[in-house]
Design a protein around this ligand. Structure first.
Ligand code: AMP
Ligand code: MG
Length: 415
């Protein structure tokens, strides 16, 4: 038997093999959650022109000198500027222009006084009459409440770099500079393969001896979360012909990654490894982790392949530890190395392999407390459903006693 492979070595080997996919062009709304493939340089200033940050009055700031509620400055109202319009006259000394948020500042004006700091009491809607004059109740500094052209973004500025995960704010910025299409990293097609005579699909009847294929569904969810396009194929039987047919079909899809579960262990029906050896270059790994020791990794006709263990928790944990980082590299996303430190609430036992224990993390004062989700069987998906983290018990440690601090791989938001 080969010695058990260290988890970090396994991950490093995998990452060295993975290649980030090429770019494709998508429409701006479709770029959400995609990874930008090229730096974005703004062709324009944003804002494109000096504009008002307030509903109020554009003035020359000197005209507000000494103004207070008891001694207001009084200015003549000679202009009315709405957002979207272009003022065509210059603001003279002693005059004010009614101005709306986002409307261009007229030439000559140096500040905007908010309507709340004046005696104005506007009627709503277009055409509300412009009073003859306005009283200012406070003094303004030069430039107050004016958003200057280019103050957010200057023409020629790099506003986003390749590798940025595009969220709603990025989409808004791209819209702001007028980009209808964006170059993003192509999403990998990830074929998900299940096999086992005991497996039936969700619509099938659960006859004696059968269980439902859950791995096909959890993996599809994990792949989608990680930025891939999951493609589930029908479940293969525990026969060489059935498994061969499934793999051939998988390869016809021209996938970027293959993930199978089950059939890589030492059982008599573990035929997946036989077929994998026929079709590809596979390393059978015994990784020093719990859950998830038996694992196959390699390539089939040039396509990277993961043969994950069949137990539902092992499938998910090995995905988190080994496949998610691989997909991050393929999709151009940052590889999340985040670990948090948490204090163990109760003793957690291990067998000397690096153990990923399912825990719930909660904040207590300034500490994070990790509680075991109870049942830790690698068949019990409930332990994953309840968990928001995987507490890592290092190699050669058989007991993490209550009170000890462990590193935890967060799986979701910690409340
Ligand atoms: P195996 O690796 O085939 O020995 O499977 C290990 C365990 O995982 C067995 O209890 C299987 O029934 C279970 N298992 C295998 N594939 C799946 C699947 N797709 N969904 C749920 N459980 C599975
Ligand atoms: Mg099986």
């Amino acid at each position: 038997m080969n010695p058990l492979l260290n988890v970090d070595t396994a991950r490093a080997n995998i990452l060295a093999d993975m290649k980030t996919l090429e770019a494709e062009t998508v429409s701006l709304p479709d770029s959400l959650d995609r990874v930008l493939a090229k730096d974005i340089v703004s062709p324009i200033d944003l804002p494109p022109f000096d504009n008002s940050a307030m509903d109020g009055y554009a003035i020359r700031f000197e005209d507000s000198a000494g103004a207070s509620p008891d001694k207001p400055a009084i200015l003549l109202l000679t202009m009315d500027i709405h957002a979207g319009s272009v003022p065509d006259t210059r603001l003279d000394s002693g005059h004010a222009a009614r101005i709306m948020t986002g409307a261009p500042i007229p030439a000559g004006a140096t500040s905007v006084i908010a309507v709340e700091d004046t005696d104005a009491n506007w009627a709503k809607g277009a055409g509300s009459p412009l009073p003859a004059e306005v009283r200012l109740f406070r003094e303004l500094a030069c430039g107050e409440n004016i958003r200057l052209a280019g103050e957010n973004i200057g023409a020629g500025d790099t506003i986003m770099t390749a590798g940025t995960l595009i969220g709603p704010a990025e989409i808004g910025m791209l819209a702001g500079i007028g980009r209808p299409r964006v170059d993003v990293i192509r999403q990998p097609k990830v074929v998900i393969l299940s096999s086992g005579d005991e497996l039936v699909d969700i619509y099938d009847e659960l006859t004696p001896g059968k269980i439902r294929d859950t791995n096909g569904y959890t993996l599809a969810g994990l792949v989608r979360q990680a930025g891939g396009i999951p493609i589930r194929l029908p479940i293969a039987k525990d026969s060489l012909e059935s498994i061969r047919a499934l793999y051939r079909r998988a390869l016809e899809i021209n996938p970027d990654l293959l993930i199978s579960t089950a059939g890589v262990s030492v059982g008599a029906a573990d035929l997946v490894r036989v077929v994998m050896d026929e079709l590809g270059e596979i390393d059978f790994w015994r990784v020093n982790m719990r859950p998830g020791k038996p694992l196959a990794y390699g390539t089939i006709q040039g396509v990277p392949f993961f043969g994950l263990p069949g137990n539902p928790v092992s499938t998910m944990v090995t995905f988190e530890v080994l496949v998610r980082p691989a997909l991050a590299k393929i999709t151009g996303r940052a590889i999340n190395q985040r670990r948090v430190k948490a204090t163990v609430a109760d003793d957690i036992r291990s067998d000397g392999r690096r153990t990923y224990a399912r825990v719930t993390l909660s904040r207590e004062g300034d500490r994070l407390i990790a509680r075991s989700t109870g049942i830790q069987s690698s068949g019990a998906l409930m332990s994953m459903a309840l968990a928001n983290g995987l507490a890592i018990i290092p190699e050669d440690v058989t007991l993490a006693p209550a009170g000890e601090e462990l590193e935890v791989l967060p799986l979701r938001q910690i409340d």
